[in-house]
Write a protein of this length. Sequence first.
Length: 360
Amino acid sequence: MGTSQTGAATPEPPDSEIGSRSNLQIVAPSKLTAAGRKAFRPRRWLAGGHVQTLAAFFLPRRIELPAAERRLIEVEAGVPVLCHCHWQKDRRALTLIVVHGLEGSSESQYMLGIARNALCAGMNVVRMNQRNCGGMDHCAPTLYNSGRSADVAAVARNLVERDKVPGFVLIGFSMGGNLVLKLAGEWGNEGPAEFRAVAAVCPAVNLAAGADALHEPANRIYEYYFLVQLFRRFRHKARLFPRSFDASRLRGVRTLRDFDDRVTAYYCGFTGADDYYARAAAANVIYRVAKPTLVIHAVNDPFIRILPETRHALISNPNITYIEVDDGGHCAFVGERVGDPGYDGRWAEREVVEFAKQFR
């Protein structure tokens, strides 16, 4: 994997044609990354975007972690989020703040996998639940959404002020990838001195395109899954906070875009789904990212779409290493189990931790 380049100034918005850049790696299965590690090769019989995505969801994994400190961190007045903090004996180690995707939690398999790998590498790990997630629906009449990058900033601030962590790296998957990239872009060169780097796997940086892709016939199984989970959560919120939420707004909702229009946008201060997608997308601030950044995207991700102009912005920013892999599905990358006996083939989880190691 190529080493990220860093710049002293926040990059300007890209306006030139895409050229040959050292921070773009289109990784073919048979090639080696620049660092000499094998690039992603799907596990036998598990090639293809849908196969990879479903395999990552259904294949059993056994991930054992030491007990975590459960910490409630207030991200807004009266709004706590639950974080699971794993500490090294010396808390001055580099800290990874990991953020999950839509309807995930701190218990999502990739969250646990990152935690295991990072702890073995001598780093602290904080598995952050977004608002409502991790069994926190009852705590406040609020909803999470793709624009709440300030929540991630609040968690980082708590760790710096309370635990005196000397450095942290932000890591996000899917929706969480959008959040950490959005925050990195918002911070630009003005972020905390302790902020070292950011990594995103299959980030949903073009929200409208992703929502529309979910409604494609081949992807309806994923959209149905998300809607079932979102309906269940919102009805539960309406029972908990009947004065704040009205479950009847779910009538007529058939797509994720419908849900975001009638629920997310309505309760989170947007005029509608289009306004929400436009304002909450990290694509708006990619050009401002000023810290070393790793972005991993699978070309055959069933429903994450990176639009040409966003890809241009990713490639044009010298602080971003953009790795585009032919296979891997959505946040899956279930690869061959070769090399280290402790490696279970989850390629993206390994690559993210390897990237973070350089900032210890």
